[in-house]
Design a protein around this ligand. Sequence first.
Ligand code: JFZ
Length: 459
Amino acid sequence: MKKMFITRVFNPAFAGLTLLLGGVLALQSAPATPDARLKWWQEARFGMFIHWGPVSIKGTEIGWSRGAQVPVEEYDKLYLQFNPVQFDANAWVRTAREAGMKYLVITSRHHDGFSLWNTRHSSYNIMNTPFKRDVLAELSKACREQGVKFCIYYSLCDWWHPDYPLGSPGGRSKKPSPNMERYVEYMKNQLAEIMVRYGPLGIVWFDGEWESPWTAERGEDMYRYLRAMQPSLIINNRVGKARKGMEGSSNRGLFAGDYDTPEQRIGRYQDTRPWESCITICQQWAWKPDDKLKSLPQCIQTLARCAGGDGNLLLNVGPMPDGRIEPRQVERLKEIGQWLKRNGEAIYGTRGGPYLPSTNIVSTRHGKYIYVHVFDWQGVEPVKLPPLPRKVKKASLLDGGLVEWSQNNSGITLQVPFVFRDKINTVIKLSLDGSAMDLATIPLAQAADVKKEQTKPKK
Ligand code: JFZ
């Protein structure tokens, strides 16, 4: 069983070899072939995250506002009024599908302990609200019917549960008589219930692992337990203790599940281990009235930046207390989907690179093609790329439109007439005389960049 993990962790011997032979064997630097189990998910590139629960009635943040903006006693009674009568699982899944999202991850149970399904292991669940409908049952069915992979978020910390040692606000209080062993049993029972009833699942997206009661050993045990039930299951790195804060990457050598989870930021280029940025479409995870909505360029460029860095984007929506996703968010998601209808070839099934993401240019690749994504292309200057150890046979737009191009020893020059540009992201497809997949990464000179980063302070 141990072996399963070893393939996913850092191998110093291999890294040394890469360093030594990097210049000679380009293959050593090519994107790592992922586990076959992760293939569908890596190819999907884009998923919908959903944070939802009785807290949407208040419009404050899920879990975190308990005992902070909302008194504990009040928060814990919100479910008695939770009646999202306009909830329509088919409509949610249609919204995801029309946005071009291939999977959906919903908060089955967040840090506040409320269960969105008919669980027999806790009465603090959706069946004891006036709504009395099993959200996971309806949503998993709609996902299956519409061909979207159904996945769940599940918090390892539960500030409500008396057996879990820490409580609100934000894990900063202590429960009087915790029992962590019994709590872990509770979680295993709940997860088994979900997997048997609503499975197979695409992903179990754990969270809350940073608190002290959770350990790497518990993480490995949980991982094994779930994979034994469903071998094809994908589990994020928050099942273990290896995550480096909000950056989300995993400390080398530590148990870290299947993939990394940068939060509210775009992951850096990483083609040796899969990753997925989780980012809110507004600012709060759970619904908040008049929350600031991200612009269409922000959404599309964020998705392209993730793909260009060889990662996925899990874009979050927080549905309203009446059960609907806010119309303006639905509209934004539709617009993203329209862009993807034209440009999906440059996102789905691609890997990041070979050009490393820069301020206004990222690249993706598939077979003998490189897709150059140019953001906010307004000036008359052509795009200049550094030399590529392949011959470009053709450069075109995805609709077949012509691109003026040239290649010589100093690099590649690309020009697209203004009328054919996409102001948000112009994608140019380069057809090569050989594979794009075994090319080592190529940094882009700042010269190829315009504006922004020079004026934006580096984090
Ligand atoms: C976590 C959750 O707490 C959050 O509610 C959301 O579900 C997100 C996807 O994952 O995000 C965190 C985790 C830790 C901190 C802040 C947000 N923290 O330690 O400050």
